[in-house]
Write a protein that binds this ligand. Structure first.
Ligand SMILES: Cc1ncc(COP(=O)(O)O)c(C=O)c1O
Length: 463
């Protein structure tokens, strides 16, 4: 009889059984795998990953918007191993170590303007949670103890811990855990494909000011926004949107948080999304691509103005996580950023964003394709029943389309991407930043026949 360890390594079928019995997958209907096989990914190389049977998949989602530099980089893994041998762990609570000091300086040098103070976390939700607490404590230290509320946007995803969840604007993710941390308020997002009735584009940003007025400016601590909103399908900001957010935040003394857990580290062709849209937030939250997910790490990057009261006398940010600033993760992040610089990753994204987008736009001849939108290597296709009227699918149709057909069929044909209905149904693509024309062709070769078939199956109106 082999031990479980040996069996897991040698027997694919045992992996399935063991996963079914013991693994609790995140955001996963476990019953969906009662009869179906759990996709078990065992290896990655460049833009591709391989399952336990040796099948190859194009990772069109960078494993949840994470593996920006691509899979299988021995140099980045080695940086972590070298650091683990030198100093495997030491805490950031009252101590520092060389990799975290070097990384803080590097991140500050790349971040826009005076965002010079870096507080490390283990991931994105912890970064958002920390930014919310930072904004609240900042206001308490500066004489505004009632400023506690947070303005976010509908359908936006900002993480799952109870504070971050109060910013997340997706009802189905919030309701099972209510009551949440108080103070989360939501305004319209920048979905210009489906403008709320009676709205013009300029109203989208003015909704933030209106909500601050409604809540009472003395009660609002922060506004949190992604440069391009992920959930709902890559909503880009209208011209001038973030410049006006900056004005509103200044006018009402509200902290402006740019949640760049996805939109930093080259995803939009810049180090940070704020640089792409030319605005200056007070705080950036980041994670995922910081290490290209070779190790779990996030960060809150605060401006000198926000950090200043915390540097005074007996004051401190009374908050922390054991693993924040882990030396192995910091060494991995430094190696990842060095690879970005050496290999011109940002330039590569800027050069190839056009061809990537053009490939997706070419799919507009398929009747189910209602909209194509996004920026950089972060794009979405919205699927509709009737593109003249923008009519969407019912919940039941959406379920049939996304879970009953698209997710399974795209994966079966070797493409990992996201078929999502946290807003209206979309397919999201966010490939590793090293991908180029060859991968775009492969994506099209899968998407086109699958979307054609979806058009037939769903009886989509043809114009
Ligand atoms: C914008 C944004 N904020 C926060 C989070 C939460 O990050 P994590 O899953 O690392 O906790 C995510 C995750 O996708 C995200 O996209």
């Amino acid at each position: 009889m082999p031990s479980i360890d040996e069996a897991v390594r040698t027997e694919p079928s045992t992996l399935q059984e063991t996963a079914r019995r013991h693994l609790w997958m995140h955001f996963t209907r476990m019953s969906a795998y009662d009869d179906a096989e759990i996709p078990v990914i065992v290896r990655g190389a460049g833009c591709y990953v391989y399952d336990e049977h040796g099948n190859r998949y194009l990772d069109g989602l960078s494993s949840l918007f994470c593996v920006n530099i691509g899979h299988g980089r021995a140099d980045i893994a080695q940086a972590g191993a070298d650091q683990a041998k030198e100093l495997g762990f030491f805490t950031n609570w009252s101590y520092a170590h060389p990799p975290v000091i070097e990384l803080a300086a590097k991140v500050a040098s790349l971040a826009p303007g005076d965002l010079n103070r870096v507080f490390f976390t283990s991931g994105g939700s912890e970064a958002v949670e920390s930014a919310i607490k930072l904004a609240r404590q900042y206001h308490k230290l500066t004489g505004n103890p009632n400023k506690t509320k947070l303005i976010a946007r509908e359908v936006a995803y900002h993480g799952t811990s109870l504070g971050a969840l109060s910013a997340t604007g997706i009802t189905s993710l919030r309701q099972p855990f209510e009551p949440l941390t108080p103070g989360g308020c939501h305004v319209v997002n920048t979905n210009t494909y489906r403008m709320p009735s009676g709205f013009v584009v300029a109203d989208l940003v003015e909704a933030i000011a209106a909500r601050i007025e409604f809540e009472g400016p003395d009660t609002v601590a922060a506004v949190i926004l992604e440069p391009v909103q992920n959930a709902g399908g890559c909503f880009v900001p209208p011209e001038g949107y973030f410049q006006r957010v900056r004005e509103i935040c200044d006018e009402y003394n509200v902290v402006m948080i740019s949640d760049e857990v996805i939109c930093s580290w080259g995803r939009l062709g810049e180090w940070f999304g704020a640089q792409r849209y030319d605005y200056q937030p007070d705080i950036i939250t980041t994670a995922k691509g910081l290490t290209s997910a070779y190790a779990p790490m996030g960060a809150v990057i605060a401006s000198d103005r926000i950090a200043e009261p915390f540097m005074d006398g007996a004051n401190s940010f009374t908050h922390g996580f054991t693993f924040g600033g882990h030396p192995v993760c910091a060494a991995v992040a430094l190696a990842n950023i060095a690879a970005f610089e050496r290999e011109g990753i940002l330039e590569h994204v800027r050069e190839n964003e056009g061809p990537f987008r053009a490939m997706l736009e070419s799919l507009r001849d398929i009747a189910i394709v209602g909209d194509v939108r996004g920026a950089g290597y972060f794009q979405a296709i919205e699927l509709v029943k009737d593109r003249t009227t923008h009519e969407s699918f019912s919940d039941a149709e959406s379920e049939m389309l996304l879970r009953g057909f698209l997710s399974v069929e795209l994966y079966r044909r070797g493409l990992i991407c996201r078929a999502d209905d946290r807003g209206d149904p979309v397919i999201q693509l966010s490939p590793p930043l090293i991908s180029g024309p060859q991968q775009f062709e492969e994506i099209e070769a899968v998407l086109r026949p699958v979307l054609d078939e979806a058009t037939e199956r769903m009886h989509v109106h043809r114009d």
